[in-house]
Design a binder for this molecule. Structure first.
Ligand SMILES: *[C@@H]1O[C@H](CO)[C@@H](O)[C@H](O)[C@H]1NC(C)=O
Ligand SMILES: *[C@@H]1O[C@H](CO)[C@@H](O)[C@H](O)[C@H]1NC(C)=O
Length: 325
């Protein structure tokens, strides 16, 4: 009996192996299934973790700031024009036909003015109430829009005769800078936040914290929109930050320490900080000035050729948040 069985078994085993189609398939297949599932789940889990990490990194401005190539630029002066040395410049814009519009600050001295570029002559002037301190200014649809310091209200003026057309309230904590791309307003309130503002309702559409290599850029002041970038004076520095309005990342620094230095060396001891950027899109001219500066400059910007020392832009262009006491 035993012999018969063993022969039978011997006979049967190889047969099973040789012909796996029916009898043997279920066994290995059953054994493999859990392992395949586990492997697939593990791969999926790893992929999920990787994508979550990537998403977090990509959405982080800090990470982008680290990744971004930053340009460092210097300037040359193309033209010098006279500028009212009593003008505490807080807003500046170019409106064609060699005409600038300017908003000035200081209590009892604040104004909106139309200024002839070449002579510096104030052609029209609208004084603000003595209790108000003028700040950023921009032009949209023939309306001049102005914000004021330590207030959340601002004013709209007729471009032609500077008569006041209305007032508005905005969502920023304070009023410092204004600019426009022709669709939205860009606003600054002295913090590191760049606002995008609806020009009809003056409600904030979006806010971006401005970063340079992982550092917040505080004290964003006068603004100008130039070729897809928002250029910002950084208060208490001789730097202009070129900001990508998409994500708030600083894509470049323009360093202008010589303008203020040379004015002081020429005896203008009472001048205040660099402030005011205007852009002539037609002729691609850039104008800058400062508070109580006797001059307004047309400048050209070009990359700095020498090596940029580590930490140089941080030292020159970043300051602690301004505190008004
Ligand atoms: C341009 O400015 C000049 C000088 O202020 C003025 O006489 C002229 O009417 C202006 N032209 C236009 C088109 O506004
Ligand atoms: C200013 O101009 C607007 C329209 O352009 C007009 O309605 C207004 O009366 C003018 N104001 C003054 C003071 O001339």
């Amino acid at each position: 009996m035993a012999a018969t069985r063993s022969i039978k078994n011997k006979h049967r085993e190889p047969r099973q192996k040789k012909n796996p189609s029916m009898a043997t398939l279920p066994t290995p297949s059953r054994r493999r299934k859990p392992r395949t599932l586990a492997t697939v789940s593990a791969i999926l889990a790893v992929l999920l973790v990787i994508s979550v990490v990537c998403l977090l990194l990509v959405s982080s401005n800090t990470w982008r700031a680290f990744q971004q190539v930053v340009s460092y630029e210097t300037i040359s002066v193309v033209n010098e024009f006279p500028h009212d040395p009593q003008a505490f410049t807080q807003g500046l814009l170019y409106a064609g036909n060699d005409t600038l519009f300017e908003s000035t600050g200081l209590y009892k001295k604040s104004s909106v003015r139309k200024v002839a570029l070449r002579t510096g002559k104030v052609e029209k002037l609208q004084k603000l109430d003595d209790s108000l301190f003028g700040e950023g200014l921009t032009l949209l649809s023939n309306r001049l829009i102005q914000v004021t310091w330590m207030q959340t209200n601002g004013f709209i003026y007729d471009l032609k005769n500077l008569s006041k057309l209305g007032t508005f309230n905005h969502d920023m904590k304070d009023g410092w800078g204004l600019a426009t791309d022709g669709k939205v307003l860009f606003g600054s309130d002295g913090s590191s936040t760049l606002y995008q503002i609806d020009p009809q309702t003056f409600k904030a559409i979006s806010k971006q914290v401005v970063f340079y290599k992982g550092h917040q850029v505080h004290n964003l002041n006068e603004l100008e929109y130039i070729n897809g970038e928002v250029w910002a004076n950084v208060f208490m520095t001789d730097c202009i930050a070129k900001i990508s309005p998409k994500d708030g990342v600083v894509v470049g620094w323009i360093l202008l320490p010589n303008l203020r230095k040379e004015l002081i060396e020429a005896g203008n001891n009472a001048i205040d900080v660099l402030n005011g950027i205007a852009w002539d899109a037609e002729q691609e001219r850039i104008f800058v000035t400062g508070k109580l500066w006797p001059k307004l400059y047309e400048i050209k910007v070009s990359p700095i050729k020498s090596k940029i020392e580590e930490g140089m832009a941080e030292q020159l262009c970043l300051r602690k948040p301004f505190q008004f006491l």
